[in-house]
Design a protein around this ligand. Structure first.
Ligand SMILES: Cc1cc2nc3c(=O)[nH]c(=O)nc-3n(C[C@H](O)[C@H](O)[C@H](O)COP(=O)(O)OP(=O)(O)OC[C@H]3O[C@@H](n4cnc5c(N)ncnc54)[C@H](O)[C@@H]3O)c2cc1C
Ligand code: SF4
Length: 421
């Protein structure tokens, strides 16, 4: 699949870099959860030192290839760019991507001997590998345990038109070959053995499960879970979806699967069915724009009542609603409009209404009401020496926030091991 967005040319990057005001307090850097030194790397682009720019990015952030492409910059660095008071913010993420696309990650890095201790990392996604890199950098040996595929959600589920396979493989290969002591392709569901074999454990297993939609008809053939479909398509297999698909949900996963299904077959109708309106969609703005551009359509203000069909999906019955005030969390409330039900004719329904932790894993660890792993300020769980971070602790977040967690946990783990010795 062709990428939606193209890398800036050298000339475009040079012009964009010239727009940076090099603010003394660098609000962009403070707002980036990984604290990428934004003005400094832009200065390196300006002086033509792209290798230096990569070194600066790499020193703050292990997933620079990934974030150069899929970081929601409008929520982070670019949202506070001082330049927007004059005209428009500097395109920081695009400059970030320009650097990673123009340089090579294969340079060998000088690492200390791994003599300070041995840490087990469960989950090779952004949080797990960020923690691994930071600990290895400090002189720890890190064994990584991964159930599916290294790289986490970006490798397994983000569509190839936003995040091409060769980029993802290049980043994961570099991180694994440089920082991981032993990679074990196995699912770990209990920390008992690891606690005795390692100096500390970091759990970064994300949100591997999906929420179920509890309405009539979801057992019919032609009803799928969104992330299951994303993984299938990302692995190179065809989705098996029909010609008229309804995607239920309004978050990133709904928009991602809708785009990927439309990209797979441009003759297919893909309709996102959402209870609220366009302004309330939770997906990133850029993703919504890209989906709309390739022909994804929307049925807003519609509550799914039941999936209709005898053996296979034939449609989705919905009731129209209207928005009315806000709930305690500040989100819009919606109310059904009596007598407004209608059927959207469909042959496939995709459920994309939320992600969940693997509740059966890690018995004995304290959890929040929503099942997320509970940690203290120092990211330690209820079991001493066992730390956790990323989506498994905070719920659905972003890659750069998972990286922040991995870095912070590494600092805490290093202090814990040093204290114990
Ligand atoms: C479809 C989709 C699109 C997204 N798009 C974006 C985007 O554009 N930009 C952005 O910044 N964020 C995006 N996100 C969010 C982002 O991917 C996550 O916030 C981030 O990957 C979380 O990192 P993590 O390391 O906590 O967990 P994960 O990325 O989920 O990694 C966890 C890893 O642990 C492994 N694992 C799970 N259970 C076990 C076990 N028991 N034993 C061993 N291994 C296990 C998993 O296989 C996985 O590799 C998206 C998420 C989804 C679902
Ligand atoms: S990682 Fe994201 S927030 Fe940080 S500088 Fe890059 S694009 Fe901006």
């Amino acid at each position: 699949m062709e990428e939606f967005e193209k890398t800036l040319s050298r000339q475009q990057a040079a012009i964009e870099a010239e727009r940076c005001l090099y603010c003394y307090d660098a609000p962009c850097q403070a707002k980036c959860p990984a604290h990428v030194p934004v003005p400094e790397f832009i200065q390196s682009i300006r002086s033509g030192n792209l290798h230096g720019a990569r070194t600066l990015l790499q020193s703050a952030h292990p997933f620079i290839e990934t974030c150069g492409r899929i970081c929601p910059e409008e929520a982070f660095c670019q949202s506070v760019c001082t330049r927007s008071k004059i005209d428009s913010p500097v395109h920081i993420r695009e400059l970030h991507r320009f650097v990673t696309d123009s340089t090579d990650p294969s340079d060998r890095m000088e690492l200390p001997e791994a003599t300070l201790g041995k840490v087990a990392i469960i989950g090779a996604g952004p949080a797990g590998l960020a923690c691994t890199r930071e600990l290895r950098d400090r002189g720890f040996a890190c064994d990584v345990f991964e159930a599916r595929q290294i790289g986490g959600v970006p490798s397994q589920e983000v569509s190839t038109h936003r995040y091409p396979r060769e980029i993802e493989e290049r980043e994961a290969r570099f991180l694994i070959s440089t920082f991981v002591t032993h990679l074990h392709m196995e699912r770990v569901t209990d920390v008992k053995r690891l606690v005795t074999e390692y100096d500390a454990v970091f759990i970064a297993t994300g949100l591997p499960s999906e929420s179920d939609l509890r309405i009539e008809g979801v057992q019919l053939a032609g009803v799928y879970h969104a992330r299951e479909l994303l993984r299938k398509m990302k692995s190179g297999a065809t989705s098996g979806a029909g010609d008229r698909v309804g995607v239920i949900g309004g978050g990133n996963v709904a928009i991602e699967v809708a785009s990927m299904l439309r990209e797979e077959d441009s003759m297919r109708d893909v309709i996102v069915v959402y209870r609220r309106g366009i302004k309330e969609l939770k997906a990133f703005k850029k993703e919504i724009e890209e989906a709309t551009e390739i022909g994804v359509t929307y049925q807003f203000l519609a509550i799914p009542d039941k999936v209709v069909g005898s053996e296979h999906v034939e449609g989705l019955q919905v009731t129209q609603d209207h928005l009315c005030g806000e709930d305690e969390s500040g989100r819009c409330r919606f109310e059904p409009l009596p007598g407004s039900s209608f059927i959207i004719p469909l042959d496939t329904v995709v459920v994309a209404i939320g992600q969940r932790v693997d509740e059966g894993a890690f018995p004995g660890l304290a959890r929040s009401d929503s099942g997320l792993i509970s940690v203290g300020e120092n990211m330690e769980t209820s079991v001493p020496g066992v730390y956790a971070g990323g989506d498994a602790v905070h719920g659905a977040q972003t890659v750069v926030e998972a990286v922040r967690d991995g870095k912070k946990a590494a600092e805490q783990i290093a202090a814990f091991v040093a204290g114990g010795k």
